[in-house]
Structures are given as structure tokens and as C-alpha cells.
Design a protein around this ligand. Structure first.
Ligand code: C2E
Ligand code: CA
Ligand code: CA
Length: 392
């Protein structure tokens, strides 16, 4: 039986969603506060749950944390009137808590949109991109281990340019997984799963190897750096620095040409361990970047202590650069902060020429995003570089 449980502090909206759900064959029930919500989760066993993120008495993120703790198997639909940045964070939080994410719907939504989301089992529409997302398979340890052995993971490479000169200065390696049955599984899903399953260390070694093999070839022809993402769970691994350095040596790549990207939250979660590990990575010659800067919580004091060389402004600020003066102020502040700490400042998520222009004017050093290039298949990078040279 398909059952939808709705948590929304606005009873009218809850009733509307319930009615829409009934028209597509659901049993539906709507509640306005968290106590009765959790009581219904336990006793009524909904197959689907719709949660409003912003409610006066309850915090939607806290609700998801509790659902995750109870290993709730329902498909979660996040409904909200908040901006894309918060929705993104909520999505990430749902996945981190091991919940099945059925979709994200931004308010106000049309009945048709909600109906479409519920009617096609497992197919949800991403609120920001409008793209249909596949039913989310549960990734387990055996799947990841098999994928490593069968070489199902590949890397895509997204070029990074200098804002002023437009010269290509490097590219970021982004993991891709095409499963023989389930098709494309997005990285923010399998990385989180690998972290939870304790498989991140072997996966990092495997992915870094793929990226280094590609990079060893292309760097002959191109003066280039390679950016590679390090998961937060690897920061507890004291052998990480040695292992990464050994892999570089095996491929004949100097660590100085590698930038390791760590998210702001992960790098600062445990400042003492991080400082040890990050310092060791620096000793090996790696450059370090703070990824997703601006969405975590860090104090300037902590940042100053840690040996970073690059700051990456989170894409949520870049998306809003053209439409929001607040976002522009934040960007300028981050650029100035980065420069005063002697960091290279990179913006990611540059989707159009206008955003690039704003970043340039704010003094940002490097830019990355769909406007410049999408993440490219390894075999397509050279052609893209050649095409750019022809244009210059
Ligand atoms: P990230 O490190 O913040 O990577 C940037 C993400 O933004 C990538 O998503 C990229 O495809 C996307 N992106 C780039 N330009 C644009 C743009 O103009 N607009 C929009 N809307 N998006 C843009 P992707 O490839 O899905 O990766 C998601 C996340 O998964 C990454 O976020 C990173 O945290 C993680 N990840 C990816 N590959 C690896 C990996 O090899 N190791 C680890 N530990 N994490 C990885
Ligand atoms: Ca990154
Ligand atoms: Ca990022």
C-alpha cells in the first residue's frame, strides 16, 4: 500500500498535498507537529514522507536526523519555500543520514508537479535543475567492492580557468559510476555510502589511481594542475599522506601539481587531527584547497592555522551572484578574506557569463562551471583544450 505521511505546520498545505496524493492512489495523512508525526511513522508505516523544511516549532533537518537514526525506509520528499542553498544542504543531510530521497519540491508548487512526483514510483524531479532523477538504489558494500573490481568507476574532468586571462590552469577530477543494472549513480550518493560503509579509503586509492593515470599523460602536453576530492572520512586515516604520495611516485607525477580538496566542514571538524594530517600532506608537497567554503562553520582563527593554499567559494553563492546583492557582498568578502590569507580564490558553479563577470570584478582568481565546461570524459579533454586554443 502506498501511504504518504505529511509534516507541514500549515494544515491547509498539508491537506492540499494529501488530496493530491489521494488522486494518484495514495492513502494520505497530514500532521502539523513532530510528536504526532513520529507516532505515525512508528504505527502507520508510511511508504512516503513529505517534510516541510522550515517550521516554527520543529527543525526539518532535525526530523531527518531522527528518521535516519530510526533507519526509516520511506521515500522522503522535501518540500520547502527556502532558497536552493538550504535545499541543497537538506538534500545532503538526508543522504548522509542514509535516508531514501524521493525528491525535492520547492514551494509554491503546482498540484501537477506534486502528482507527477508521486505517480511515477521512484522518479523524482530535482527542484533546481528540473531534471528527472532515477529511483535511488540502496548502495551496499558488495556493490562498491564489485564496482572497483569490475572497473565501473571512471573520472570526469572539469577544466578550471583564470578569470582574467581565461587561460586553462587545471581541472578537477569528479568520480562517475555507471552500474550495469542501475545505470548512473551520482557521486554525492556513492561517496556518502562508501563513507558510511567504511569503504572510503580503498575507493580513494582506486579513484586517485584512475585520475593519476590520465593526468600523467595529459600533463606532458599541458602545464596543468589536477584537483582531487578527499572525503571527510579519510581525514582520520594517518597513512593517507604516505599512500597518496606513493601513488604519485608510481605515476611519475610531482605532488606539487596535485591540489587536494577538502570540504570546510570536514577540514575543521576536529582541528587537532586535521592540523597533523594536513601538515603531513603539505610536507609531501600537495597543495590543499578548502572546498564548499561559506556553507560550513569555521572561524577565521581556525582557517589561519590550517595550511591551505586555495579557497573555493561554494557554488550556492555563485548561482545567486547575478540576482542577489547579498550574495555579491558575501563573494567579495570571501575573495578579500582569501587574499589576505594568501590563498588563491576559486569560484565553482559559474553557469553564465554574467556570473563570470561579477567574479572577475570581485577579484576572484579562478573559475570553474558549466559556462566554461561541463565535467568532461577523459577522452574529450584534449579536444576541448584544442578547441579553446583555436578560439584564442
Ligand atoms: P564538489 O567537489 O563540490 O564538486 C563540484 C560539483 O559541482 C560537481 O558535481 C560538478 O559536476 C558540479 N558542477 C560543476 N560546475 C557546475 C555548474 O556550473 N553548475 C552546477 N549546477 N553544478 C556544477 P558532481 O560531479 O555531481 O559531484 C558532487 C560531489 O561529489 C562533489 O562536490 C564532491 O563532494 C563529491 N565527489 C565527486 N567526486 C569525488 C571523488 O573522487 N572523491 C570524493 N571524496 N568526493 C567526490
Ligand atoms: Ca571539489
Ligand atoms: Ca564544491
Amino acid at each position: 500500500m502506498k501511504r504518504l505521511l505529511i509534516l507541514d505546520d500549515d494544515a491547509d498545505i498539508g491537506a492540499t498535498i494529501a488530496n493530491i496524493a489521494r488522486t494518484v492512489g495514495f492513502e494520505a495523512m497530514s500532521v502539523t507537529e513532530s510528536e504526532s508525526f513520529f507516532a505515525q511513522v512508528d504505527t502507520w508505516s508510511p511508504s512516503h514522507i513529505a517534510i516541510d523544511l522550515v517550521m516554527p516549532e520543529v527543525d526539518g533537518i532535525e526530523v531527518m536526523r531522527r528518521l535516519g537514526g530510526a533507519a526509516c525506509p520511506a521515500s522522503i520528499i522535501i518540500t520547502s519555500g527556502v532558497g536552493s542553498r538550504v535545499l541543497d544542504a537538506a538534500k545532503r543531510s538526508a543522504l548522509e543520514h542514509g535516508l531514501r530521497l524521493g525528491g525535492v519540491v520547492s514551494k509554491p508548487f503546482t498540484p501537477a508537479k506534486f502528482r507527477a512526483l508521486l505517480a511515477e514510483p521512484g522518479v523524482a524531479t530535482d527542484a533546481r535543475t528540473g531534471r528527472a532523477e532515477r529511483a535511488e538504489v540502496q548502495v551496499d558494500a558488495a556493490m562498491i567492492q564489485a564496482a572497483i573490481v569490475r572497473r565501473e568507476f571512471t573520472m570526469a574532468y572539469q577544466p578550471k580557468i583564470a578569470c582574467r586571462s581565461a587561460a586553462v590552469i587545471g581541472s578537477e577530477a569528479l568520480a562517475r559510476w555507471t552500474h550495469p543494472v542501475h545505470g548512473m549513480i551520482p557521486p554525492d550518493r556513492f561517496i556518502v555510502a562508501a563513507e558510511r560503509l567504511g569503504l572510503m579509503d580503498p575507493l580513494t586509492v582506486h579513484l586517485f589511481d584512475i585520475a593519476l593515470a590520465w593526468f600523467a599523460e595529459i600533463r606532458e602536453a599541458q602545464d596543468f594542475v589536477l584537483s582531487f576530492n578527499i572525503s571527510r572520512s579519510s581525514l582520520g586515516d594517518i597513512q593517507l599522506a604516505d599512500r597518496l604520495a606513493r601513488q604519485c611516485a608510481d605515476h611519475g607525477v610531482p605532488p606539487g601539481q596535485i591540489i587536494l580538496e577538502l570540504t570546510e566542514t570536514s577540514a575543521l571538524a576536529d582541528p587537532t587531527t586535521s592540523l597533523d594530517l594536513l601538515t603531513r600532506l603539505r610536507f609531501k608537497g600537495f597543495r590543499l584547497s578548502i572546498d564548499d567554503f561559506g556553507v560550513g562553520y569555521s572561524s577565521i582563527a581556525q582557517l589561519v592555522r590550517l595550511p591551505f593554499s586555495e579557497l573555493k567559494i561554494d557554488k550556492s553563492f555563485v548561482f545567486e551572484a547575478a540576482s542577489s546583492s547579498e550574495a555579491r557582498t558575501i563573494i567579495r568578502t570571501m575573495v578579500n578574506l582569501g587574499h589576505s590569507l594568501d590563498l588563491t580564490v576559486t569560484a565553482e558553479g559559474v553557469e553564465d557569463g554574467e556570473a563570470l563577470k561579477i567574479l572577475c570584478e570581485a577579484g576572484c582568481d579562478l573559475a570553474q562551471g558549466y559556462h566554461i565546461a561541463r565535467p568532461l570524459h577523459a577522452s574529450a579533454v584534449q579536444a576541448w583544450l584544442d578547441g579553446r586554443k583555436a578560439l584564442a
